[in-house]
Design a protein around this ligand. Structure first.
Ligand code: BGC
Length: 233
């Protein structure tokens, strides 16, 4: 789904109830841009817009699109969504957007040590934060046991599709986190995505060296952070 809301970028709070439009995973960029336009129209929005996109973003250009239409690759997101909304658009990776909100106003507020943020949803988003700087990562594409992308085994969507128990899924997450800890050594791990609201069901399967906490903004971190990013850029 595409979701949006006006955000108070000082507090990260959504000023109006978020508007959500279901979309098809194969939707073309032009159609998706129209959906973004509908969301802006719903709020009669005329200001800056931050778009958190599930792919690699360089400047305003989309470089990868693992879970959406491949025509997004190499598209200029600011142009695409800017033309559809008539508003200035800043682009940021979806997990990095969540990272911006969580580090400034959420679970990582005031923490200067190395922090890893993972978002568990359709795919697995990731970013690292250190001394206030958020760096987007693509850890969901780490080869799982030498095979295909880890996100095909540990995303929240996989638990639903494969009807895994919380324990089966939690154990997979534990293995994934163990690999990431060996490589990154974070001091704090923040878990976001819709499923973070249900952290009590699976956190106890993950034995991490780092402190493991749910995102404070839960699955609204992406919306809040994208808006904060737009305000800064
Ligand atoms: C994408 C990432 C994104 C993540 C979560 C991955 O498939 O490559 O850029 O952050 O999904 O949406």
């Amino acid at each position: 789904a595409v979701k949006g809301a006006p955000v108070d970028t000082q507090t990260g709070k959504l000023v109006e109830e978020r508007h959500r439009i279901e979309v098809d995973k194969d939707m073309s960029p032009a159609k998706m841009a129209r959906v973004v336009g509908e969301i802006a129209e719903h709020f009669k929005w005329r200001g800056p817009i931050g778009v958190g996109f599930p792919g690699v973003i360089q400047g305003t250009t989309i470089r990868t699109s693992a879970n959406l239409h491949s025509d997004f690759i190499d598209a200029d997101g600011a142009k695409l969504f800017g033309q559809a909304t008539g508003c200035p658009v800043a682009m940021i990776n979806d997990a990095a957007a969540a990272g911006v909100a969580e580090m400034e106003l959420g679970a990582g507020r005031g923490f200067m040590g190395k922090t890893l943020l993972l978002t568990l949803g359709t795919g697995v988003g990731s970013c690292l934060a250190y001394r206030g700087v958020v760096v987007p990562l693509e850890l969901g594409h780490f080869p799982w046991k030498g095979g295909n992308d880890a996100e095909k085994h540990v995303a929240a969507s996989v638990r639903e599709q494969k009807e895994l128990s919380w324990e089966e899924w939690g154990r997979r997450l534990h293995e994934f986190v163990a690999v990431l800890e060996a490589l990154i050594w974070p001091e704090l791990i923040i878990v976001g995505g819709g499923v973070s609201a249900k952290h009590a069901k699976f956190f106890h399967f993950i034995e991490s060296r780092a402190k493991l906490v749910p995102a404070e903004f839960l699955n609204q971190a992406g919306i809040a952070g994208a808006a904060m990013w737009a305000a800064k850029n």
